[in-house]
Design a protein around this ligand. Sequence first.
Ligand SMILES: *[C@@H]1O[C@H](CO)[C@@H](O)[C@H](O)[C@H]1NC(C)=O
Length: 770
Amino acid sequence: MRFASAVLAAASLVATVSGHWLGEVKHQGVAPFAPSADWKVFRSVKDYGAVGDGVTDDTAAINAAINDGNPCNKGCVSTTETPALIYFPSGTYLISSPVNPAYFTQLIGDASSPPTLKATSDFKGFGLIDADPYYTEVLNWKSQNVFFRQVRNFIIDTTNIAPGTAATGMHWPTSQATSLQNIVFNMPKTDDVVHVGLFMEEGSGGFLTDLTFNGGATGASMGNQQFTMRNLEFNNCKTAIIQLWDWGWTYAGLSINNCKVGIDMSAGGDANALNVGSITLLDSTFKDTGVAILTAWSTSTSPVTAGSLVIENVELSNVPVAVQGPGSSTLLEGGSITIAAWGNGHKYAADGSGPDNSAGPLDAPSRPAALLADGGRYYTRSKPQYEDVAASSIISARSEGAKGDAKTDDTKALQAAIDKAASAGQILFIDYGLYLVTDTIVIPPGAKIVGETFPVILSSGDAFNDVNNPKAIVQVGATAGQTGQVELSDFIVSTKGTQAGAVAIRWNLASDSGKPSGLWDVHVRIGGFSGTEQQVGQCPKTPGNPAVNEKCLVAYLGVHVVKEAAGVYFENTWIWTADHDIDDESNTQITLYAGRGFYVESTNGPLWLWGTGSEHFVLYQYQFANTKNIFMGQIQTETPYYQPTPNALVPFTPNTSLNDPDFSASCAGVDGNCAAAWGLRILDSSDVLVYGGGLYSFFSDYSTSCSTFDAGQTCQQRIASIEGSVSNVGLYNLNTIGTIEMINRDGKKVAGFKENENTFASNVAVYKAA
Ligand SMILES: *[C@@H]1O[C@H](CO)[C@@H](O)[C@H](O)[C@H]1NC(C)=O
């Protein structure tokens, strides 16, 4: 046995040598705040004794790789100090109990030849990967605080486990800035199978893409506040998707084949109090499946908008029932047809009339050609992993002289490394670290940049501290309208200390709409972690006290897409001003002032925002002005917790050249907390389509008592505004929390929370502003 596995280990060593570059490059990430100076960021499970021969039990070795150095695992609240990338070379790793990744730990398989995690027949535990275990009756990490995690490139196989024995492929209750990509779940295909591929019971997500589910009782069983999920294939599952509960969810590119039921969103239906708030489904196919969508919605649903459903461009092939309602009623006949657009729930017309509570065909938006791929679906592109690139042609930021130690000024070295890689047509690998910069980093056309886990580009100093002269930390394109393309993935842009003039990312580049630039898992994280000096010690919350600590002005703007910019694809981008300190053991709340969230004024677009969020900015989370051709698939926002103490006019002065709101006209004569951060503001724009949005205001001066239906949703008066001359602007499944008015058109209320109550949010299924 020993000899045999040694031979196999040698054989897989050969395979490793020809594996994906990520496993082969020199690994020199540094974690400046880790407990030990020699903290290992990169860990190959084979270096910890995993064999990957399909025979040896590798459970202990894999968990040893994860737990080396004592990262934030059992009993720990959260951290950014101990990052780790756990790498799995190609092979079959037999496991008898779960792999339990720590906080801020990625599990990444060889993208060229994804490894298999295979359960033993007597596997014990909740998920081959259990990303948030129940060591007690509650999850180890509060699911709404599970950030910055990834799992990609795996085959997860439960076929050794008896079909009738409960088994779960993966347990993934997570929140923002997390992603799954390129994972296959293989389960038994027998009639008695009870296995579940992916299980998620709560959280505030999130994004995932490119998953395949074969067999099983349920492909994916999911509950979470909101999520964006793309390109999921289900083959021979009894039920492809069970929606346990949600507020809002965007599914695109589902391919459901030979299942009994496609999406079961009927949870809670028996008690006539539905658990599922809303679902938006587009660009999908259902084939040889009995019922595409099973719902408990009716015109007498309780709460009144629960179970809202919007579907667009969905193709059925041999699917007898498209949407089945309570008592096996047919809400929409199936067959072999394409459903252009259909929905049930509350609809408001462009003239502001509504709500009309009904089920039926929808007047679909005209899809702007610039946003579409061949075949008429919205354009998508998964994060490139550069499988065909040799390790020898990867350039490392640290090899080029950048330190990433959170102390050294890395401006020049990082810039030189970026320029060198871009001009050579090579990929720049930013080894994990915190790269302090004191001047703008310019990303030129042609750049391809990949971070190891989530390295941080951290601005510091006077250059970024003039509130009257905002300056970009990362500027994509040297000049506004420069042409070309870039690909950016897996890194974070942040600020250190007072940075009242910092613009985290300014997008100047104009890319061809057929060959857009892309950002995948690139986040803006303002404050609340070690190295920022914007933590509990510097910026504690001060409920009841509107006085501003001027030291806590930490950013001017999150992401700015300028007029001349064009062709940008965002996927899983979270622009977050911290509401709490991730590296504080009690996750204590903090008060930071960052002016504006995500601002788009690109004249022509197109822009895709798949799975993005923007939270806790002072004036607004998303603002679109004089722009067009914008796709959004589940956006999520939160208003700062301290507002209205002070309100949104403090401490930044509205800048008219940025079209900042000044609330003078919109709040004239309006009671309540009106000068509050907009979740979404659209001015003088066309072809702006929001396929799912959650705009939340949970707090008033740090108290959540305003955010319930009984309290009257008084955290703020208004949250979404459409102003001026607009055309083809549509909102689908817009969910709001804590705001009295849900949608405003030129200062007038279109929809209020009261008539649109959903499970926890309020929902408008369809509003076409024009
Ligand atoms: C207003 O925004 C413009 C455009 O970004 C900028 O050039 C200008 O400096 C800003 N003005 C102030 C006072 O912040």
